[in-house]
Structure formats: C-alpha cells, structure tokens
Design a binder for this molecule. Structure first.
Ligand SMILES: C[S@@+](CC[C@H](N)C(=O)[O-])C[C@H]1O[C@@H](n2cnc3c(N)ncnc32)[C@H](O)[C@@H]1O
Length: 363
C-alpha cells in the first residue's frame, strides 16, 4: 500500500514510520510512505505558505495554492487516490474505518498546521475528513502517523501473523481479554488455570466472557455497538460456505446455524435488538421452509445474502419477498446482496466492512 503524506514537516513522519513494524514493512516493500513537503509548492519568494485569515482572528492559515500543488504532484502518480484531511472536525478514526482504508492501493494524507487550511482547496480535493480524537493537535503529522500505523496493521504482509489484526480489541466493539506470558506465577499472581488447561473451547469461552466483562467495566459506551452475530443458512453447501465466510468477516464470535440440518430451531428462534442476523441461502430455500415461520426479530438488524449461479429476475423477486417477510417479523434489513456461488469475483470482506459501518450508524 502507498501512503503519500503532504506536510510542512516531513521529518516528523519519517521518524515515526521507519521504526518497528511499519519500518520493517517498508523495508520489505509491503508499504511505501512518501512525504511531500508542501513548502516546495510555495508561490512566494520567501517560501512561506501561510497568511492572515480573512475576517481577522488569531493565527495563520495555510494558503490554497501550495496545498493544491502538493496534491496535484501526487495525483500524477496516483490519480484515483482518496485524499484524507486530518482534522479535529472529522469523524474519529475507528478500527472499522482503518480496515476500510486498508483496502485502498494509494492514500493521500493531508496535514494542516497553524489555524488550518484555506477551505477552498479542501472543497476542491478532499474526499475524507478524519480526526484521531476529540482534542486539538498542533499539526496533522501525528494524526497521519496514527492513521498509517492503524491502517497498516490490516495490510497483508505487515504483521507477522495476519490474524492478530482481526483478533484484538475493538473488532466486535469489545476490548480484548487479558493476556499473560511466562512465568506462570509472578509475585504471587497466577495465570488463570483455564489458559493452562490446553482445552481450546474452554479458553475461547473464557476469553469471550472476559472481553464482555472488561468492556462493560472499562468502556460501557462500546457495548451499545456490540452485536452478537448469527448466520442462518439454507439451500446447500455453497450458501452455507458464503454465510460462514461473511460471518467470519463481520465478527470473530459469530455462530452459524443451518436449516439443512433437520434439528434446527425446533422451538423457534427469537433474536434481540443487539443481534445481527445474517440469512444466507439460495433463492426461496429459506422462506419456503416451515421453520422460517419460527424465526422472529425484535428490531434486529438483518442481512440477506442470496447465493445463486446467476442473477435473474426471479432472484430479485426472491430477495424482495424475503425482505418483506423479515420486516413483518420484526427485522430491519440493512443490506441485501446477491452473490455468485463461485468465490471468484465476490468481495465478502468489503461487504462485511460496509455492514459493520452501517451497524455503527444504527446506534
Ligand atoms: C491547530 S490545528 C487547527 C485546528 C482548527 N483551527 C480547528 O479548530 O478545527 C492544526 C492542524 O492540526 C491537525 N489536527 C489538529 N487536531 C487534530 C485531530 N484531533 N485529529 C487530526 N488532526 C488534527 C489538523 O491537520 C489541523 O489543520
């Protein structure tokens, strides 16, 4: 992935990104971070790029033209790149946003200084506004370094073990469980027995419970955005494989239930408001099954994934029919996707990110 950082202080960026994990990724060629000094595009003899604000007031404002020149110089190399302006006025960076940005090939990060940048050049070029927190920094460089660090963790090849980007704090709007390493006992404090048991399912259950407990204690605000994710599948292996893949991309804690297994949902299935229900099936396979009658929502967000060999008029009708049945049952359908049953050409991680962003907007 290529980052282009437009700044008045390139040395600030270079010092941070060339160290540790991002530094190694740059050496390996998995990441490229290029800095562009906005001062090089000054239109004035003295090299200045700032001027007094119209209307008066404290401080200086960065002029439009040097910023436009710096952006244009990068656009020659990366014409379609999104231009992200680091600003306290943007939405605050989240783990989901970092994952979404990591899907870009090129990203331009624009750092302001002084009182900010002339609004007109922002209107002309900026595609995204991003803050790194509700406080005001002197310049955008620390923000750009934070974005590069958080985004890079999702770029394949940056972390030694790619799973570690997904399996840590905030993936499901939960904090991570406590971690321990050797020795087993330190100053009289022992590692919890379950972690020494070798029983993987007991370890997973303990970690899930600790995550929930810790989030409740330390970041209760996150819990309103935490969804338990379930995937119901029907209509064969391809539908259930697509459902499972989608669920894994949305949550590390989800569960899959298949209508193809006879015993499912004998007594009915009641979803809650903070559940996400994914219905992955071939057209008609689920709605025609009598057990579908027993599925109920309670303002529950739902995703329809229709998996079939080709898009047909019948398929859109099946999706519309399913949507209306689900809405009658108390679900809020937030996404509806037709998926080819062949894996090639489908972008399940991209769909999952967009669903996670929609969930964040619901609360
Ligand atoms: C002193 S700030 C300007 C703040 C501006 N006058 C305002 O009130 O919105 C200078 C620059 O620092 C960067 N910056 C400040 N706080 C930031 C934050 N929380 N996140 C990202 N960038 C920030 C922006 O690039 C901004 O242009």
């Amino acid at each position: 992935m290529n980052f282009y950082v437009l700044t008045l202080f390139p040395e600030l960026i270079d010092g941070i990104v060339n160290t540790s994990i991002t530094g190694r990724a740059i050496k390996k060629g998995v990441l490229r971070v290029s800095t562009v000094n906005i001062r090089d595009f000054s239109t004035r003899r003295d090299g200045r790029v700032d001027d007094y604000p119209y209307g008066g007031g404290a401080g200086m404002v960065m002029e439009a033209e040097p910023v436009a020149g710096a952006i244009a110089s990068v656009k020659e190399k990366a014409p379609g790149a999104r231009v992200v302006y680091l600003t306290p006025q943007g939405p605050v960076l989240t783990q989901t946003k970092a994952e979404e940005l990591a899907r870009e090939k090129d990203l331009v990060l624009l750092c302001g200084h002084y009182e900010g940048i002339d609004e007109r050049v922002l209107d002309e070029y900026v595609t995204d506004y991003l803050s790194i927190g509700d406080y005001v920094l002197t310049g955008g460089e620390l923000g750009a370094a934070v974005v590069i660090d958080a985004v890079s963790r999702f770029v394949p090849g940056v972390l030694p073990n790619e799973d570690s980007a997904r399996f840590e704090s905030l993936q499901d709007n939960l904090l991570e469980y406590p971690q321990y390493t050797r020795p087993v006992e330190w100053r009289g404090r022992k590692v919890p027995d379950v972690l020494l048991s070798g029983d993987h399912s007991a370890v997973s259950a303990w970690r899930a419970e600790q995550s929930l407990k810790r989030t409740g204690e330390r970041r209760p605000d996150l819990l309103k955005n935490h969804y338990r994710v379930f995937c119901l599948t029907a209509g064969g292996d391809k539908a259930s494989a697509a459902g499972a893949e989608f669920l894994n991309a949305v949550s590390r804690l989800g569960e899959v239930f298949s209508f193809d297994r006879r015993k499912l949902i004998k007594s009915g299935w009641q979803f809650k408001k903070n559940d996400l229900a994914i219905f992955a099936c071939s057209p008609g396979a689920m709605t025609e099954d009598e057990r579908f009658q027993k599925v109920k929502g309670n303002g529950t967000p739902a995703v329809i994934l229709l998996v079939s060999d080709q898009e047909t008029a019948g398929e859109s009708e099946a999706a519309a029919h399913m949507r209306s049945l689900l809405e009658q049952k108390g679900f809020r359908v937030i996404a509806e996707e037709m998926l080819p049953d062949e894996t090639e050409g489908r972008d399940i991680p991209g769909m999952a990110i967009s669903v996670r962003e929609k969930l964040l907007q619901l609360s």
